[in-house]
Write a protein that binds this ligand. Structure first.
Ligand SMILES: Nc1ncnc2c1ncn2[C@@H]1O[C@H](COP(=O)(O)OP(=O)(O)O)[C@@H](O)[C@H]1O
Ligand SMILES: [Mg+2]
Length: 396
């Protein structure tokens, strides 16, 4: 073997190299430079990257990973399994699914919550892929994208939605209080008249009925106000409670009942007592609230007889809680049907619609591990909400 200038090279210097024939020290130097470059790219990448062995023990992590989980050096995490960053907020089923996918040689991606060293929540979008050598999985590589910004925006959106619902609750409040107030006033005037002269025994029964109606009116107003206060309380997004679907539906009607009844719309609730889900109450209530106001709006300017809203609930064959919401307010055209869950899609004029109700509802349902679908025919519309069920809590 000869070098370019014709002098003989030692055997090892003539090693083949993909680019051209270079002396080994140069090849090695290039290799070294490539390795350093890869190393630098790995260490300095904006994505948090981790490499594990097949058992999931950490072999390498980069700076972004340490920063994301608030560790000072690689030594603190190497050799540990991913358990050190696992959060109880991510369900076991997700890890099971992830492990099943990657251990059979596929990539997995999804959103989850981990826990930083100081105990704070870390929301990430994770992509994890097997690393293979000759058909054998020798480890896994994970890329985590920090979702903090996105999660913050989502929370702001939910908060804005809550304020929007509160606004319409406020508008409904006048309707809901005016009616009982008017009848309380009538009853009180009637009682005053009876008591202004010696009470006749025949007056006793109607007087008692009037007093009873005052009590009922006041109680209803108290319920409405209590609910308004409950709804305006700050709720923590991670704090789910057990919620009775029957109660949820009754509460979501509290502020709208009068408006519906005044328009001749029949309300029919067919929900058993023992139907429960786990979730964030105000969020779930805002879904029903939006469905009811959508129906109310769809009925505007319609004069037909037999207007109704039916909400029914049951546990389906798969053990899921199924809530059906049905109305006969004219239906939705196939063309609009494709768009109703899109953000900002509305058929309402001006201030009447934001087009956000159904898109936010879909997000809320998905956050609760469920689905929402819509079908419409013969002027009827039906929304089907499926949510994971929960057992009735022992105490509340
Ligand atoms: N029950 C219904 N009957 C007829 N149309 C409906 C019904 N529910 C929703 N829609 C249609 O879906 C659109 C989007 O609803 P939504 O996302 O709540 O936004 P918004 O109520 O602000 O318009 C409505 O503008 C309406 O056209
Ligand atoms: Mg709406």
């Amino acid at each position: 073997m000869k070098s370019e200038n014709g002098t003989a090279l030692p055997e090892w210097q003539g090693l083949e190299h993909s680019d051209n024939r270079l002396p080994l020290p140069v090849v090695l130097q290039n290799l070294e430079a490539r390795k350093t470059m890869l190393q630098d790219a790995f260490t300095q990448a904006d994505y948090a990257i981790n490499i594990t062995d097949p058992a999931g023990r950490l072999l390498r992590v980069n700076h972004a990973y340490l920063k994301l989980y608030k560790y000072d050096s690689e030594d603190e995490v190497l050799g540990q399994t991913q358990k050190i960053i696992r959060s109880p907020l991510t369900p076991d089923s997700l890890y099971k699914d992830m492990w099943q996918t990657i251990s059979t040689g596929h990539s997995w991606r999804g959103d989850l919550i981990n826990r930083a060293r100081d105990g704070s929540d870390v929301h990430i979008h994770l992509t994890i892929s097997p690393i293979r050598r000759e058909n054998e999985i020798v480890g896994y590589m994970g890329f985590s994208l920090d979702r903090a910004q996105q999660v913050m925006l989502e929370r702001q959106l939910l908060h804005a939605n809550k304020l929007m619902v509160l606004g319409t609750l406020g508008a409904g409040l006048a309707h809901e209080l005016n009616n009982p107030l008017a009848s309380i006033l009538l009853d009180a005037e009637y009682l005053k008249e009876i008591l202004s002269h010696p009470v006749n025994p025949t007056d006793q029964k109607p007087a008692l009925e009037a007093a009873e109606s005052v009590i009922q009116g006041v109680e209803r107003m108290r319920r409405v106000l209590k609910h308004l206060l409950q709804y305006s309380k700050k709720d923590l997004p991670t704090e789910a409670t057990s919620i009775s679907i029957k109660e949820l539906a009754e509460d979501s009607f509290l502020f709208l009942e009068r408006q519906l009844v005044n328009r001749g719309i029949q309300l029919d609730l067919q929900i058993p007592e023992d139907l429960w889900v786990k979730g964030i109450r105000t969020q779930l209530e805002s879904i029903l609230h939006n469905l009811i106001t959508n129906t109310r709006d769809a009925f505007a300017n319609r004069e037909e007889e037999g207007k109704y809203i039916l909400i029914s609930g049951k546990r389906n064959e798969r053990g899921l809680v199924e809530i059906l919401f049905e109305d006969n307010a004219g239906g939705i055209s196939p063309e609009n049907m494709e768009k109703i869950f899109d953000p900002f899609f509305t058929t309402k004029d001006g201030q009447m619609g934001t087009g956000l109700g159904l898109s936010i509802s879909r997000k809320i349902v998905a956050d609760h591990g469920g689905t929402i679908q819509c079908e419409s025919k013969n002027s009827r519309t039906r929304f089907t909400i499926l949510l994971p069920g929960s057992n009735r809590p022992d105490f509340r």
